[in-house]
Design a protein around this ligand. Structure first.
Ligand SMILES: Nc1ncnc2c1ncn2[C@@H]1O[C@H](COP(=O)(O)OP(=O)(O)O)[C@@H](O)[C@H]1O
Ligand SMILES: [Mg+2]
Length: 448
């Protein structure tokens, strides 16, 4: 029995538009033919009292914040029967009672991403959603049900739907969530939420769920996810399996840091957002980086028959590079030491050592060699692991006359690394190493 009879002022277009945990969602239209989604809850038994309370909580929250915080699908109309507006208990005459609300129509994230999932679009969506979540978390609001099916593309941006499990300071969550009740979705729920019992601060759990969501979007799993924390070393779950020819190290970092088992060890939403932005920049920068083959093609096609490029913007096959290092490059350290270039050799070795052992990026660096244009200059060649199979050339580094030159990138030379006692000042060298590390994954073009 439907006590409301119709959904005035809305007309139902499709009763099977979508299915939720509490019943169907209808596609409806208003008198101007504008389409909306109607979410409905029908009371069947005493068990549904809690569902009603959550539903009312969802409405109250969304109406309160939809204009404050961007990235929330707004509610436009609600129907709540009088008897449910204040404290109520289940009585037989409530059976069949419906309450409903109408919200803007949005495009589910899986539909928007479509068949060919573009990694950049996925990262863009996660950045936008993280901005919204950071805003929510700053108000101590937690969503608690983050998963692909609750995310949307809406009004040229991304938004959260389904605030059915939202918790915020003004509500008494204990009334809504039983002491031992597990809340949230199986695939994306954080371990501390799975254990049951009340969690003091559920914000880290949202970060966990968002990280799991990111993985699900990348791997085309819209409803299932791997168990526990992410690790790049577990081959079956590594995103490298799905992303070929793309730098993935930073993405591995993001997924690992956001799915650490202990909530206190997880990155917070602001740090998660910052890392995603870094990854977005890396992906857009990659468009300026070519393989050696691509460069040859471009050079062939270019009008003058020449394509000017900077060799810092090219990649080589990593296995080939390692072979070359082993075969061709002969360590010239001894030779340069006989030329009284001990400090120069030591500084280059120090730069190599620092990058190889103390950086998050993974470097492939030659031993001390003579620079290819002038073999009397001691040099090292720096490459960085860029994708699973490719390494990117960073620069030759030459050390001479109290200067360290970096050729490929527009970085000024390091000048006079001696202190007052004419000893090498390694703090100066350390700063230079940091600069090399910060530009190594970037193209020269992006540094201009
Ligand atoms: N505003 C909307 N626009 C388009 N589809 C929607 C909208 N709201 C919900 N849906 C569809 O209905 C499904 C269930 O809605 P949701 O609010 O998540 O309900 P539940 O709380 O039952 O999970 C969603 O996964 C989605 O497919
Ligand atoms: Mg849902």
């Amino acid at each position: 029995m439907n006590k409301t009879k119709d959904y005035n002022p809305y007309v139902v277009i499709d009763r099977n538009f979508a299915f939720g945990g509490n019943g169907n969602l209808y596609l409806v239209k208003d008198e101007n033919e504008i389409k909306y989604v109607l979410k409905i809850l029908k009371i069947h038994s005493a068990k549904d009292v809690k569902k009603v309370k959550r539903f009312l909580n969802e409405i109250k929250f969304v109406e309160e914040y939809q204009d404050e915080i961007q990235g929330i699908i707004p509610i436009r109309f609600t129907y709540i029967p009088e008897e449910l507006k204040s404290e109520f208990e289940f009585t037989a005459d409530l059976k069949g009672t419906e309450l409903w609300y109408v919200m803007d129509l949005a495009e589910p994230i899986a539909e928007k991403l479509g068949e060919t999932r573009d990694l950049e679009m996925i990262i863009e969506s996660l950045i936008s959603l993280s901005q919204t979540l950071a805003e929510l978390h700053s108000h101590i609001i937690v969503h608690r049900d983050i998963k692909p099916s609750n995310l949307y593309y809406y009004k040229d941006t991304w938004a959260f739907g389904d605030f059915g499990l939202v918790a915020y300071p003004e509500i008494d969550d204990k009334n809504l969530t039983g002491k031992d009740e597990r809340i949230g979705n199986y695939a994306t729920i954080a371990p501390e939420m799975r254990r049951g019992g009340l969690v003091e601060d559920a914000r880290p759990a949202d970060v966990w769920s968002l990280a799991k969501t990111l993985w699900m979007l990348i791997t085309y799993n819209d409803s299932s996810c791997f168990e526990g924390s992410y690790s790049r070393n577990v081959e079956e779950i590594s995103v490298s399996r799905y992303l070929k020819g793309v730098p993935t190290d930073l993405l591995h970092n993001i997924l690992e840091c956001a799915s650490r088992y202990e909530p206190k060890n997880r990155v917070d939403i602001k740090e998660f957002l910052r890392m995603l932005e870094g990854y977005r920049d890396l992906l857009s920068d990659k468009k300026r980086i070519f393989s050696y083959k691509e460069l040859q093609v471009l050079s062939h096609q270019s009008e003058e028959g020449r394509f000017f490029h900077n060799s810092a913007d090219r990649t080589v096959a990593t296995d080939q590079l390692i072979k070359n290092f082993n075969l061709i490059l002969e360590n010239q350290e001894y030779y340069f030491r006989t030329q009284q270039l001990d400090d120069e050799v030591d500084i280059l070795k120090y730069i190599k050592y620092k990058l190889e052992f103390f950086s998050l990026n993974s470097y492939l660096i030659s031993p001390i060699i003579g620079h290819h244009r002038n073999t009397s200059l001691p040099a090292i060649r720096i490459f960085v692991r860029y994708t699973d199979t490719e390494a990117k050339f960073v620069s030759d580094v030459v050390c001479l006359d109290k200067k360290v030159h970096l050729y490929q990138h527009r970085i000024p030379s390091m000048e006079n690394y001696y202190d007052e006692d004419e000893r090498v000042d390694y703090t100066v060298v350390n700063d230079f190493v940091k600069i090399i590390d910060s530009i190594s994954m970037k193209s020269n073009e992006s540094l201009r």
